[in-house]
Structure formats: structure tokens, C-alpha cells
Ligand binder design. Sequence first.
Ligand code: HDE
Length: 685
Amino acid sequence: MKGDCVKEKQEDAKDKQLDAYRVNNDGTKMTTNQSVKVSEDETSLKAGVRGPTLLEDFHLREKITHFDHERIPERVVHARGYGAYGEFELYHSMEKFTSAGFLQKAGTKTPVFTRFSNVVGSKGSADTVRDVRGFAVKFYTEEGNFDLVGNNIPVFFIQDAIKFPDLVHAIKPEPHNEIPQAASAHDTFWDFVANNKETAHMVMWLMSDRSIPKNLRMMEGFGVHTFRLVNAEGKAHFVKFHWKPALGVHSLVWDEAQQISGKDPDYQRRDLWTSIENGHFVEYELGVQMIEEKDEFMFDFDILDATKLWPEEIVPVQIFGKMTLNRNVDNVFAETEQVAFHPGNVVPGIDFTNDPLLQGRLFSYIDTQLIRLGGPNFTGIPINQSICPFHNNQRDGYSRQTINVGQVSYHRNSLANNTPSTSTAKEGGFVHYQEKVEGHVIQARSDSFKDFYSQARLFWNSMSKPEKKHIIDAFSFELGKVESRSVRQQNVDMFVHVDKEMATVIARNIGVNPPTGEQSTISESSPALSQANTPSYPYTLNVGVLIGDGFPIEEVKETIRTLEEVGANVTLIGEEIGNVVSVENIQGSVTQTFLTTDAVLYDSLYVVGGKAKNQAKFNSDIQNFIDEAFRHYKPIGIATTGEPLFTASNASRGPGVLLASENPNFDEAFVEAVGKQRFWDRDIY
Ligand code: HDE
């Protein structure tokens, strides 16, 4: 890229840069890649209409050759991902803590690209599997790219990067039969867990609702590692980065998640795409927890250990800005697939620590891009380019884009006046933080890394009653799928150290002996870890309206209007796609049928009922929807005409079930229930 870094309308800089690469086929004539106009694209060149095909048909050769090479290797982890553009706006200056240019002046807007991902499954696997979600953000700052490559869980399975290949081998499908896809519920993963006790804390998160997020808009993001913010005077703070979703943290229930995997494997990417297309932009606030360098050893955990979090009640998250995702990509391959994140991409004012997991990542990401994107020039792919020009003496390699002019490609030189030249810190040069280090060269773990259960128990203690039940169910499901009795036993013998009652119930469910060990003595909890304390809104939630002919227009119109007023997405579901007609002969538009959609794809139901051609089937379809939504603790609103259908279903009255006939303020009460999302106190089993 030529010229200076864009200073004005910084937030548009990336979009403008990409303009040069956007190609639109509308109204154009077809050409080869050499720009020769093509006259025939359906029949290859042959000697006689039934004769042999001729190699001189260059268009045929080029078309097939290009097709043959369309695939690149999927990411070794985080293969399934989805991305969007947006901007990051700084609320207030962070100058006191960091010299990073994009964090100096309140109101500064920086373009970003964010890719969310599932860790384990292949590129074509389902969205809603139980897994950690990647949360990777590329900030295109005017001092270069800063990548915050995090997850939706604040801790990690292992403490040292050297164990990453083992972890991934264990959790991926087993090599002899490549089963199961995108799932941790199998022997090798749980064998790894039981034999690597540092996994305990993260596994508690994995078994919790956090690993089945409702969508990508309603989950937190964490930088996981401890980084440093360094100010202009060179003073550093240890920090952990946090993304807080504006809509709160919400999850699916496991049965629902599994059904969605079949009904709509693209559920989460569809949700992100559609929200942005509908102008329901997606917001997360960014904050840091900060610890002064002098306080490094003040805590009962090691702040360099990535299996530990810093309880927010002890070290509060200080919010300093907001990311808004507001634009979908034009081409998923060119942008989302080719984006290359790297935790080592930092800008002056942001630096690393000795977290051994982070240190290993600093090596891995470039290494993986070299094979995935075919050589060292992947930074020239449009999505990866910084918005500022770059100058150095790196040259050549596969698919080099720049045409470097001149005879000099080395430093120091006199022939080019010793350019490109380096910059001092004052001139914006990155100067690594001058930490003092000393020690013996040794392959060992610090003793301060060896407490595996305290925070795992802190997490357990912080869970609400339904959350605890979900964790026990998840363990029982996952370990119940493990064939080796020994591995099942080893796991309950391990997790007894987190909670005895929990491990004892799991042992019973999975047919092994009750564990005999003792649980950790930690009694503290951290309310910030429970989703019971998260905000909840009806905005952007999906309400399915089950409707037939002969509905009461005033009643239904008013309820739908109230829902739409708060930004809920309302879909009419009926017997056939097309119009339904009210008693008053007013039409409504049905866009989904009981065949094309399913109750699991909606956050709540509004049951109107009515007449249909096949009345018996229509009624039973509605009753099935009600049962499903009821079992998944979802709000259900019943119009006066829907009451008989509700009564005929297996659902019972109770929390989150609202009848228009009984409720004078039905619309408001229903909207409130929709916003609450789940009614855990419903008596289901
Ligand atoms: Fe990654 N990780 N990782 N990781 N990671 C990759 O890089 C790796 C770890 C994370 O949307 C790979 O480009 C090692 C923690 C995300 O493109 C690879 C270790 C966290 C993404 C890699 C870790 C992450 C990746 C695969 C142990 C949360 C997807 C493809 C030291 C803080 C980024 C690629 C995207 C991707 C290596 C652990 C997050 C192989 C060696 C901890 C969000 O380089």
C-alpha cells in the first residue's frame, strides 16, 4: 500500500483499502485470467462433435486447473469460523496505562475484523456443538495491526504450549476411525483430562453452559493470557482483556443444541449474518483487569498461569471502549478464511508476559499460516494488510505482491541512505518491555502453577442451581459416552476434588464406583462467573408465531406490534408458505411451515392457532412445538384462540407460560417473559 496512514475517518480506512480489490461481475464480459474474452463456456474444444477433446482449449484447461486448486488446508484448530467487520470506539483515554495510539483520545474509532470460531470440529461441522468458541479481533490501527486472539472462556486447558499438540490430538476425532466429529465426548479426550490434572478448571467451564452459547452475539470474550500495557514512561501493568456483550451472556440447553445441529447446522453464523444484515449491529465492550507490577505475587494464584482467572470481584474489569460489528464480508473465503491472526501482532504500548502458553503461541501462528496460506507473503492478502504502508528489506517468496524498487534490500546500507531506517520509541518504534529476567535453564513448572482445583471449585461454587445441574448432566453425557470404564473412574476420582457430591452423582450416572477423595476446601464464589447474573433483553430474540386462518386480528396485531417495538424478530409459521387470513379477512404472511422450521430455532412461541386444511396435523404440529419449547424452558404466549391447543399439549401452566385470556396486560407481560429467555424453575423432569 502506498501513501501515508489514513488519519481522518480512520474507521473507514480498511473498507476503502478493500475497495481496490472488490470485483463485481455484474454486466461484465467473461474473460480468461489473461483477460482474453471467452466465446464458449459450455462445450470444450473437440476434434469432431463426438471426437477427442483438444488440449489447446486454454479456457478449459485454465478453468479446470483453477478449480482443482480451490481448496486450502483448513485451520488445524478453529477451522469452523465466521467473521464480520466493525469498529472499535474508545470511551476514554488510556494514556495513563498505555502508549498505544488507538487508545489515546476518547472517541477514536479503529476499524476491526472479528472472527468467531469453534475449536474442535472441521470446517463443515455444526455450529452448536459443545466446544470453546474462538473470539479473535484484528484492530487495524494507525500504528499497525493489533490482534486480540481470545476465546469465550477465560482460562485454558493447559499451562505450557508444549502440551498443545497432545491436547488437540486427544480432543479431535480419534485417528483410527475419525469419530466423533466436533465433540469432546469420547475416550481420548477424557483420558487426557484425567491424566493432565491442570485441565480441571477449564473442563468445568467446558461442561457448563458457556460452551453452548446461544449465539455469537451473547457470549463474553477473553484474552486469556496476562499481557502488559506499557505507558509512554515505560511503566507497565499486567492486564487481562475482557469483551462484554451488550446483550448479556446466554446459552442453549444441551438437548436444544444437539437438535439445532441437525435442523440448522449454520445456526450461529446465520444469526450473526442476519443480525448485521437487519441493522441489529452487534456490540461488545472492551475492558481490562489490571494488576500493578509490584503486586505480581499478591494473589493465591500465579498471574502467569493461563488456567487461572482473576476474580472480577477482586480485580474489577475497567471498561474503556466498545466494538460494534456492522458489516458482513463480501466473500467468506477471501476474508474470513484467509484472515491470519497472531497473538504476536502487537503495537507499541501492548506487550507480552512470560506466560508459557502465550510464549508458545507466539511461535505457532505464523508457522501455521505459512502452510495454510502458502508462504510468507500472506500479510499482503487484502484482509491481512495493515491500513498503513510497510517498509522493510524482506523480499520474494511465493505470491509476492509488492514490486520493490531499487538495488538495496539490506540494512545497514549507504547506497539508499540507510533506509528504510529504524525508529526510536519517541518516533513510534516498538521497543520491547525491558523486563529483568534471571534463572537457570530448566524444564520444570513453577510450584505456583500446581494448584489445579481451587479455581475449579471457585467456578462450581459460583454456579446457580440450574447451572450446577447442567454441569452434572454434561459430565454424565460426556463420560457416559466413554467406553473405557477405567477412564470414567479416573475422571470421577479427579473431579471429586472439585465437589464430592457432584462427582458422586456423576459416578452413579456413569456406572462407576463412588469417588473416595476429598474436595477442595475453597468456599469463595465469584458472582461474575454465573450467567444467572447477566442482563437479558427481548431485543433481537426470535419469536415464532404459530398461526392458521381465522385469527383475531386486533389481538394478534397488537401482540406482534409490541414484540417488534422492542426489536424482537417475529416469524409467522403455518401450514403452508403464503397468506393466512384473519376472521376480519385481513392477511398475514406465513414464511415458514412446520416442515421448514422447528421449535428449537425460536427463543419463544406465540400460539395463535386457527383453521387449516389438514386440521389434525396442524394441531398436532403446534402441540409438538409447544412441548418442545416448554421442555427447553422457553416463554410461551397463548392467544385466546390458541388455548385449546395448549391444553391439548403436554405442557403445563407455570412460569413463563402466559395466557391472553387470563392476563389483562398480556402483551407487556409476554414481552417481559420473552426478554427473560428461560424459566428454569419450570418443573420439567
Ligand atoms: Fe490458538 N491456534 N493456540 N489459542 N487460536 C490457532 O492458528 C495455538 C490458544 C485461538 O479465527 C492456530 O491460524 C497454540 C489459546 C483462536 O483464525 C494455531 C496454543 C487461545 C484461533 C494455534 C493455542 C487460542 C486460534 C490454528 C497453545 C485463547 C483462531 C489456525 C499455546 C486465548 C483464529 C491458526 C482465527 C488458532 C495455536 C492456544 C485462541 C495452530 C500452539 C490459549 C481464537 O496457530
